[in-house]
Design a protein around this ligand. Structure first.
Ligand SMILES: C[S@@+](CC[C@H](N)C(=O)[O-])C[C@H]1O[C@@H](n2cnc3c(N)ncnc32)[C@H](O)[C@@H]1O
Length: 445
């Protein structure tokens, strides 16, 4: 099927780069199903998309990656709460405005609303997304245990039981958040905001469009307002940053409106260290492909076979200890598709084995951002943090690892047969380590 015209429409109207998120396969399946259901050919379908908003909404739903969970990137959210508190303290009589652009199914705005409510901040949240189906789910405000796995216990008071393993957002919180369908390529909603969060949205955009969107978002900020992007947006959209990224965290990239901040200095590459062998770890086997809760980033159709073959080889190389060879293969792979979560996982394991702690941390962070259900990445992140003496982040990783493995409604990890075969073996060991180490005091094992 020739999807060129549909790709073109997604690029032009929504900024989405079908190759970037590798959405080609999902789109092909969607279009095929629609042609059959409607009994029309492809040119008529393209016409229909242009003329019929509901058909277009279906297409957008098929093209987007609505990957989110409560309390995603806690450091960043905590800083956001501090920032809002500071703005409130500076002007206590005024209601604060926050726009969450690209809110998917609502986990992010609800999390921020909880943080604002517990601090008694007068905050109004506008949460938008281009996907009308996602907005309907966000408005319904009903969630399962997997997406709530990271929510700190104190914030569960904002949820009410709503059936088996389901929770519904509290009425009081609902008054704080308004949801609407909005395309970031269209003019912004009216108003000026104290803070705009646009986290983990631009990684799916063409770089030029991502830059234009950032400029548009900044224009919607109040004086000294802040734009907060996701760590993934920065990592994948090289050159987006005008403000400092916070070293050592996956978080808090803020672009303030009026005060241009210094261009970030390129981070020095950590000096390669002689190779300590990796800490106790389940031996990996090869290969990947992103998977995620509602819809994972997907490999692009035209690259599927070669990507899978190269991932196989890279995984086998890691498995046999040939980490340098694996990294060569993985670097090429990541160059062709930045969003291959499992490629980042293998790169993280290879770097960890080589003692390149900084690179390992980055690669593992990318894997976890792209596919949080890929718990082996959390396992290696925990080990990596421990080796660097970063005890608190290590404990967080162990706790997260335990929750990820133990949660019954966790989405299944998708990957190659070799990876899937290895998971049960790793699982027992990872769980035992997580339970043993999650609460232990600072210091080496
Ligand atoms: C991975 S989710 C991020 C959700 C949330 N911000 C977070 O960090 O957890 C990306 C969201 O961006 C939305 N999106 C993609 N293109 C968009 C556009 N042109 N305008 C608005 N939202 C868009 C998708 O529908 C999807 O829900």
């Amino acid at each position: 099927m020739d999807l060129k015209r549909i790709f073109e429409l997604l690029r032009a109207s929504y900024g989405l780069d079908p190759k970037r998120g590798g959405m080609a396969k999902a789109l092909a399946r969607h279009v095929e199903a629609r042609l059959e259901a409607l009994g029309i050919d492809e040119p008529s379908y393209v016409e229909r998309i242009r003329a019929d908003a509901s058909e277009r909404a279906r297409l957008v739903h098929a093209a987007t990656v609505r990957h989110s969970w409560f309390y995603r990137d806690p450091d960043q959210l905590d800083r956001l709460a501090e920032l809002l508190a500071a703005r409130h303290a500076a002007d206590p009589g005024r209601r604060l405005g926050l726009w969450v652009a690209g809110c998917a199914t609502g986990e992010e705005p609800w999390s921020v609303a909880m943080l604002a409510d517990e601090r008694a901040l007068p905050l109004r949240v506008l949460a938008t997304d281009v996907d009308a189906y996602a907005i309907a789910d966000a408005q319904a405000g009903r969630y399962g245990a997997w997406t709530l796995r990271e929510l700190p216990p104190r914030l569960w008071r904002y949820l009410r039981p709503a059936g088996e393993q389901q929770w519904s957002v509290d009425e009081g919180l609902r008054r704080r958040v308004e949801f609407a369908v909005h395309n970031l390529c269209d003019p912004p909603p009216p108003g000026c905001f104290d803070v705009i969060c646009c986290r983990n949205v631009l990684i799916y955009f063409e770089p030029a469009r991502a830059h234009a969107v950032v400029a548009g978002l900044r224009a919607s900020l109040r004086a000294e307002g802040e734009l907060i992007l996701g760590a993934g947006d920065l990592m994948f959209q090289i050159g987006l940053g005008e403000g400092p990224s916070v070293p050592g965290t996956a978080s808090a990239h803020r672009l303030a409106k009026p005060k241009p901040k210094p261009t970030p200095t390129p981070k020095p590459r950590p000096t390669p260290r002689p190779t300590p062998k990796p800490t106790p770890k389940p031996k990996p086997t090869p290969k990947p492909k992103p998977s995620s809760e509602p819809e994972p980033p997907r490999a692009s159709a035209e690259d599927d076979d070669s990507d899978a073959a190269r991932l196989d080889q890279a995984g086998a190389a890691v498995d046999s200890g040939d980490n340098e060879r694996a990294l060569e293969l993985l670097e090429a792979l990541v160059r062709s598709d930045l969003l291959l979560a499992e490629a980042h996982l293998w790169a993280g394991i290879a770097h960890h084995s080589l003692g390149n702690d900084g690179e390992a941390a980055q690669a593992l962070r990318r894997a976890r951002l792209l596919a949080p259900e890929l718990w082996p990445a959390t396992l290696f992140a925990a080990l990596n943090n421990e080796r660097r003496g970063r005890w608190q982040p290590a404990r967080r990783c162990w706790a997260e690892l335990e929750r990820s493995i133990d949660t019954p409604d966790a989405p299944a990890i998708q990957g190659t047969p070799t990876l899937l075969e290895a998971l049960p073996r790793w699982r027992g060991e990872a769980l035992a380590l997580a339970r043993q180490r999650k609460g232990r005091p600072d210091g080496p094992p």
